[in-house]
Design a binder for this molecule. Structure first.
Ligand code: UDP
Ligand code: MG
Length: 311
């Protein structure tokens, strides 16, 4: 019999986690040719999430729980789930029921019919999310594609099915800053889309406020693209060209008397501000990459586990 492990990252999901477990387990029960387990990763929740998970784990031995020592973030939680997965395939799914567990059997069918190693879920529609979130997500996925050499499918989250080959290769990746959906694309093998409608959150609120969304987008950009550094270089070259033209203009202007040095305050200010800005921008871009190097070189673990239940 094939084995399936469902990976569910949870951060302050006390309001939804029971319902998530009920819906997941009733779907998994309908598949009698697959032996399923669920792994909940408690990402340092400050509410009763872990207590509820413990209760569930006591009654149902097929539910494993990994508890972090603090909040390490969504991507670290999913990483821990994949690292601990020993099944033939895994489904990564959010705890908030935005991604319907009911399509898991379809994902498995799709994988088998198309002999795929990855079935990634593409959002045809997103309900219950603000215009800003939809717009920024839309823009982000397209911008990232324009900036990177690996082409990522747009409008997909981490909700997907991956097989043992992909799990094995994922576990060989050494980087600590993880943009999981990008990395899985990068791993390759046969990947096929599955279209679905994303629902509104069952309860509670998003754990991705703007600050985290920006951090997430920066990780994706910095770990998958060197284009910002090339842009910095291009800006530098352009600035030199503009500088040269202006230098000639002022030099010959003075020589032949068609510019007046005294009236140069405005142009000087504009130039100082503009080139000052360009310099700070490029140094800032460089700094971001140095920050990444700094984090990677320290080699700290991505997460620290405090609780292990049913493992
Ligand atoms: N999550 C997590 N750690 C975090 C933030 C979020 O494990 O630091 C989980 C969260 O519980 C949920 C999933 O990641 O299962 C996606 O988060 P959320 O639904 O809040 O994001 P959104 O769908 O609003 O982008
Ligand atoms: Mg959500």
């Amino acid at each position: 019999m094939k084995t399936l492990n469902v990976i569910v990252p949870c951060y302050n999901e006390a309001l939804v986690i029971r319902e998530t477990y009920e819906r997941l387990s009733s779907v998994l029960k309908t598949m009698d040719d697959v032996e399923s387990t669920i792994t909940f990763i408690n990402d340092g929740s400050g509410d009763e999430t872990l207590d509820i998970l413990r209760e569930i784990g006591e009654k149902d031995a097929s539910v494993g729980i990994i508890g972090f020592s603090r909040n390490f973030g969504h991507q670290a939680a999913v990483t821990a789930g994949i690292n601990h997965c020993t099944a033939d395939m895994a489904v990564i799914i959010d705890a908030d029921l935005q991604d319907p567990p009911e399509i898991i059997p379809d994902l498995i069918r799709c994988k088998e019919e198309q002999e795929a190693n990855v079935v990634y879920c593409v959002r045809r529609k997103r309900e219950g999310e603000g215009l800003f979130k939809k717009l920024s997500a839309n823009l982000f996925y397209r911008l990232l594609n324009a900036l990177t050499e690996v082409k990522f499918p747009v409008d997909t989250g981490d909700f997907r099915l991956i097989d043992a080959y992909v799990i094995r290769e994922f576990n060989r990746l050494n980087e600590r800053g993880k943009y999981i959906r990008g990395l899985i694309s990068w791993i390759g093998f046969r990947q096929v889309p599955f279209y679905y409608e994303r629902h509104a959150r069952f309860a509670g609120e998003t754990k991705y406020p703007l600050k985290r969304m920006i951090k997430f987008a920066m990780t994706a950009l910095l770990y998958f693209s060197k284009k910002p550094l090339q842009v910095a270089l291009t800006l530098g070259v352009l600035a030199i060209l503009v500088g040269l033209v202006l230098a000639c203009w002022y030099f010959f202007g003075k020589l032949f008397g068609f510019t007046h040095a005294e009236s140069g305050f405005t142009s000087t200010m504009i130039l100082i501000i503009f080139f000052g800005g360009v310099q700070l921008l490029t140094i800032g871009a460089l700094g971001q990459y140095i920050g990444v190097l700094f984090d990677e070189i320290k080699g700290r673990p991505e997460y620290i586990i405090k609780d292990r239940i049913n493992f």
